[in-house]
Structures are given as structure tokens and as C-alpha cells.
Ligand binder design. Structure first.
Ligand SMILES: O=c1ccn([C@H]2C[C@H](O)[C@@H](COP(=O)(O)OP(=O)(O)OP(=O)(O)O)O2)c(=O)[nH]1
Length: 144
């Protein structure tokens, strides 16, 4: 795996760290202090941009403790960072919905990411019947 070029938009957040043997997901930090009211939506700046390796994307999700600590939900559930999102203005952000009034301090760890290989190229072949045994549709397991 090649090295990943990373740009920091501020010196006031800690550098990203790959912690071997613990979790290979890498924590991301708020790069500004953000105050939110209950019911408010904000894009929280994460203070970094990267050139991901060709053929890879990054998946960003909240940390397990994020809701407990801050009462925020990641509005898109999982953020997908494309490898074309690699210019000097392409800062990563976390879309966040606040369920209570909260202040997130600059440098707080609020989400985490890992890189994933892009899925293989897909073409779709329209058919009348898939020719397989049906499971009975969504939510039918265990029901008579
Ligand atoms: O949680 C996220 C999700 C996306 N992005 C950035 C990286 C991604 O490559 C870009 C575009 O995201 P996506 O393609 O998922 O969103 P879109 O709404 O389809 O955006 P666009 O029309 O800007 O391509 O926004 C983030 O910083 N955080």
C-alpha cells in the first residue's frame, strides 16, 4: 500500500494515527469548536484532505462513544469519500444532527474511518424472473 498524501488545514489538531494491533479504524477530529442546538444540523470540519490510493475509497462512521458523549448522529450514517475528492479544498466533513444542545471542542475525536477497495465494475442484466427459490420477501424469516 502506497503512502497516503495528507493535508492538514490547521496545526491545532493532532495528526492522524494508525494504531497497530488495536483497531485499524483511524480516529478523526473536529478541527473547530462547534456549538449546536438540539435539532440543528451542521457539517463539522475534520481539518484534513487526502489523496487516497487509486481504486480505494474511505468510509467514515461515528465512534462508538460519539452519541453518548455528544448526542450527535451522523446524518448520512456512513460517509463515503471518493478518491477523486483529493483537491486542496476537499476537506473531509462529518454531517451531524444534534439531539441535544452540545459543544464539541476543537481536537475532539468524533468519528473514524478506514479505506476500502472500490467494488468491481458491475453491469445489470434485466430479466423477467431471477430463477431462484424465493425467501418470501423482506421480514418473512420465522413468520408463518
Ligand atoms: O460524510 C461525508 C460524505 C462525503 N464527503 C465528501 C467526500 C465525497 O467524495 C464528497 C461527495 O460525497 P458524495 O458523492 O457521497 O455526495 P453527493 O451528495 O453525491 O455529493 P456531490 O454532488 O458533491 O458529489 O463529499 C465528506 O466529506 N463527508
Amino acid at each position: 500500500m502506497p503512502e497516503i498524501k495528507i493535508k492538514y488545514f490547521t496545526e491545532e489538531i493532532d495528526k492522524l494515527e494508525y494504531i497497530d494491533g488495536k483497531s485499524d479504524w483511524i480516529d478523526l477530529r473536529a478541527s473547530e469548536t462547534i456549538t449546536m442546538k438540539a435539532g440543528e444540523f451542521k457539517l463539522i470540519p475534520l481539518g484534513i484532505a487526502m489523496e487516497l490510493p487509486k481504486g480505494y475509497e474511505a468510509h467514515v462512521v461515528p465512534r462508538s462513544s460519539t452519541f453518548k458523549n455528544y448526542g450527535i448522529l451522523q446524518a448520512n450514517s456512513c460517509g463515503i469519500i471518493d478518491c477523486t475528492y483529493c483537491g486542496d479544498e476537499d476537506m473531509w466533513r462529518m454531517p451531524a444532527y444534534a439531539t441535544r444542545d452540545v459543544t464539541i471542542q476543537k481536537n475532539d475525536r468524533i468519528c473514524q474511518f478506514r479505506i476500502m477497495e472500490n467494488q468491481p465494475k458491475i453491469t445489470f442484466n434485466q430479466v423477467e424472473s431471477l430463477g431462484n427459490v424465493s425467501r418470501g420477501g423482506f421480514g418473512s424469516t420465522g413468520k408463518q
